[in-house]
Design a binder for this molecule. Structure first.
Ligand code: GLU
Length: 365
């Protein structure tokens, strides 16, 4: 389990609008952003992978379009479209020479298994190529019923999806207190939370600041999502060089999960109801036992009608249950390519597919 930033392998960092956008002028706070990006470069230099989840599109776009609050839904969507360009170009300049990648998502994208797996694969590729993904909700197409709603929860979902071991929520609060510290002088700061009990959830109150949508309530919800995925979550204040400050021991609250992301993901996959079955031969069974992916070549039978990304049971050569995994092809596709070598998949399907039928990261054996 990660208990220090320096131990993290893959970190998701959420940046709230109030940090990034000056409330008076509605402009990007360039100096603050430069400090953050210096810290991101420091993490990248020592091999830590970084994904940023950044708010600020609506706040920036509002000023460009000269829209007064409160904004209608249509105005927010328009402001987001305008502001997102500024947001992305701000990061591009501040992160150079690191490549940055814009990823805009809606709640639907994480709930649809196929898009979810595509997104996971794209994050892996971007990180392997050394790019820094900058994620935001696609506010221009997301209306209320299909919204994450706030980037605290979005960040936790991204952390869970990407198998991050640490998620940092940077905002204008330095952690969780037993009561709202701006109203109650007796409020005590909690440096560590190992379990989100009802008492802890009740401490959240409603600490919403002017520009951002999230409050302590959404941060606690985010912490729950992250912890279930085996990811630690930190609530910390976004001062100058905010990541260096966390390393130097600045006040913050650490939510500590019980498992690591791999174990949590395997538990999650094992808990699903399978929608079909794939039987495999002895060679594939050996490969799986060694932690390898399942290739079409080793599959002897495919049963059931299922979609891409759905859970299927894996049966060994003697009919014994070996485990289960999320399959990357539909039932019909899997039947068509069963027993084939990877190089023959494209000719049979008429399009190039993924090499693995079930990737090792998507399997619980
Ligand atoms: N997606 C929104 C934006 O970029 C912010 C949502 C939030 O702050 O939680 O303006």
């Amino acid at each position: 389990m990660v208990t220090r930033l320096s131990d993290a392998r893959r970190v998701v960092i959420k940046i709230g609008s109030a940090l990034l956008v000056d409330a008076e002028t509605g402009r990007l706070r360039g100096d603050w952003l430069a400090g953050l990006c210096t810290d991101v470069a420091m993490l990248r230099d020592r091999g830590t992978e970084v994904i940023l989840v950044s708010s600020g599109s609506i706040a920036l776009g509002r000023r460009v379009l000269d829209l007064a609050a409160p904004l209608s839904l249509e105005q927010s969507q328009a402001a987001a479209a305008v502001g997102q360009i500024r947001l992305a170009s701000g990061y591009e300049v501040a992160l150079a020479p690191l490549a940055c990648a814009q990823v805009l998502v809606t709640l639907d994208d994480s709930e649809d298994r196929r898009r979810y797996l595509n997104m996971r694969a794209t994050f892996e590729t971007l990180l392997a190529l050394g790019a820094v993904p900058i994620v935001n909700e696609n506010d221009t197409v997301a209306t209320d019923e299909i919204r994450f709603g706030d980037n605290d929860r979005l960040a936790a979902q991204v952390a869970a999806m990407a198998g991050a071991d640490l998620c940092i929520l940077l905002s204008d609060v330095d952690g969780l207190y037993t009561a709202n510290p701006s109203q109650d002088p007796e409020a005590v700061h909690l440096p560590v939370v190992d379990d989100i009990t009802e008492d802890i959830a009740a401490m959240a109150g409603e600490a919403v600041s002017g520009l951002s949508k999230g409050g302590m309530v959404t941060k606690i919800m985010a912490a729950r999502t992250a912890m279930q995925a085996g990811c630690a979550l930190v609530i910390a204040k976004g001062g100058d060089r905010p990541l260096s400050a966390i390393e130097a021991g600045a006040r913050s609250t650490w939510f500590r999960p019980q498992d690591d992301p791999r174990t949590a993901r395997k538990r999650w996959i094992a808990s699903m109801k399978p929608r079909g079955t794939v039987a495999i031969d002895a060679g594939a069974a050996r490969a799986l036992a060694e932690g390898k992916s399942l290739l079409p070549a080793g599959v002897t039978y495919v049963g059931g009608a299922f979609g891409r990304g759905e859970p299927v049971a894996i049966e060994g050569p003697d009919g014994n249950a070996m485990g289960q995994g999320l399959i990357r092809y539909t039932g019909d596709e899997a039947r068509a390519i069963r027993g084939l070598r990877s190089s023959d998949i494209a000719a049979t399907l008429g399009y190039p597919g993924r090499a693995a039928l079930i990737h090792r990261d998507d399997m619980a054996i």
